[in-house]
Design a protein around this ligand. Sequence first.
Ligand code: FAD
Length: 414
Amino acid sequence: MNIKIGIVGASIAGLACAIKLLKLGFDITVFEKSTEISYARGAGIMLPHKLFEDLRQNDLVDENLKYFLMSEFSTFLKQDDGKQKLLTQTKYHNAVTVHWKSLHDALESKFDKKNCIYGRTIITFNSHVNYVELITDDNMRYEFDYVIFADGYNSLARKILFPEIKVQTVNYIAWRGLLEINKIDSMKLLGYLYNKEYYRYLYKNGHLLLFPIPNPNASDGDYIINWVLYENLDASNMHSTKKEELIHNNFLPGTMPKFYKDYLYTLAREYLPEFPCSIINLTTEPFTQIISDILLPQYFVGRIGLIGDASTLFRPHIGSNATKALQDAIMLGNFIEEEYKKTSPDLGEAFEKWSKSQNEKAQHLFPLAQALGKLLVTDVPDLATLDKEHMDELWSSTIDKYRWYGNKNANLES
Ligand SMILES: Cc1cc2nc3c(=O)[nH]c(=O)nc-3n(C[C@H](O)[C@H](O)[C@H](O)COP(=O)(O)OP(=O)(O)OC[C@H]3O[C@@H](n4cnc5c(N)ncnc54)[C@H](O)[C@@H]3O)c2cc1C
C-alpha cells in the first residue's frame, strides 16, 4: 500500500500504533527524539486482563511478557499502635500488572527499528489539504499522507491544534518508588505475603497504593513492589515555593533533592502503618509524578491524529493512561481494517470514526478519574469514624455508573 504515515514518538502509544499499521501494509516512519527511551517515566503499570489478552492476540507482545494477575484488593488504615487495620477486602477486577520497561521492551521487539529515526525531534509541522509536512530539529522536511502524534503529555500537536486547551495541573502529587523484594527484611514481608494483592492505605491527606510487578531482571516469580503515595498539597505545611517546585517538575529516580526525600520519609512515618512506612523509607531513589487533567474534544484534525497521552490524560487513579495508549492503537488498526474491506476505502473516514469512538470512551471515564481523586486524595472521609460499610458505599456510589475495568459491572470493558 503506497500510503505514507508518520508517527511522532516511539513510546507505548507510538510503538503499538506503528506495529499495527505496519502489519496493515502502510509505509511507516517513526520519529523519536530520544536515542534511548528512558525507563524512568513509568514503573508499575496496571492493565485490564482483557486488554492484555488482546495485545497477545494482535501479536503486539509475545507470550513471554511477564505479568501478575491481580485478584484481590484490600484497603487498610493505621491503628494507634502503628499496625495496619484491614478496612475492606474485595475480589473485584481482572487486572494484570507489568513493569513499564517490560511492556516497552516487548513492543520494541515486535517493531522493525529500520522504520524509526531515533534522536530526531519534530519541531513543527505544516498541514496541507493533501499531505502533512514534518520538520525535524536538523531542518529536514518529510511529507506524509497522514501523521499520528504519540508524543506524550507535552504534545506539540496538541499545543498547536488546540491552543485553547491547557494542561490542568492539580494541587496534589504522586510520590513514587520501586523496591525489589530481596531488599526487604523477610519479617516485614509478613504484611505482604501474596504477590497477587493490591493494597491501599488511606490517610487524611491522600492514600498509598502498593502492588507487585514482575522483576524484569530476575527469575520468574521474583517481584518488585511498586508504590504510589498521593498527597494533597493544600493540606501540607511545606513552604509554598517548595510546593511550586514539586508540582512543576517530575523528579526522576536519582534526581530528587534531599529536602524532598526527607519530607517524604517523614510523611510516611507520620501517617502510614509500619509495613508500608518501611517500604517507603527503604526506597533510596523515590521519584514524583505530576498529576494533570487533559481532555481533547477530538483526536483527528485534518490529516493528523493524536494518540495516547498526547490526546487525553486521566488522573492515574483509574490506571488507564497506558491502557488508553494501547487501546487507541488497537482500535485505530481495527477501524482501518474495517474501512479497507470496502471497495473504495477512505483512510480519513476510518480516522474520524476512531476519533469519535475513542473520544466517547475518554469523555465517559474522565469524570471518574477526577471523582476518585476527590474521594481518595482531596476529600478523604473522616477516618476516625470510617467503617467497612461506609467505605464500600462510598466506593460503589463513585464507580458503579462507569464502564471501567476496575468496576465489577464492566468486566468486559478492555
Ligand atoms: C514520571 C512518570 C511516571 C509514570 N508512571 C506510570 C506508571 O507507573 N504507570 C502508567 O500506566 N503510566 C505511567 N506514566 C504514564 C505513562 O508513561 C504513559 O501513559 C505511557 O507511557 C503511554 O504514553 P505515550 O506513549 O502516549 O507517551 P509517552 O510515554 O510520554 O511517550 C511520548 C514519546 O514521544 C517522544 N517525543 C515527544 N515529543 C517528541 C517530538 N517533538 N519529536 C519526537 N519525539 C518526541 C518522547 O521522547 C517519548 O518517547 C508515567 C508518566 C510519568 C511522566
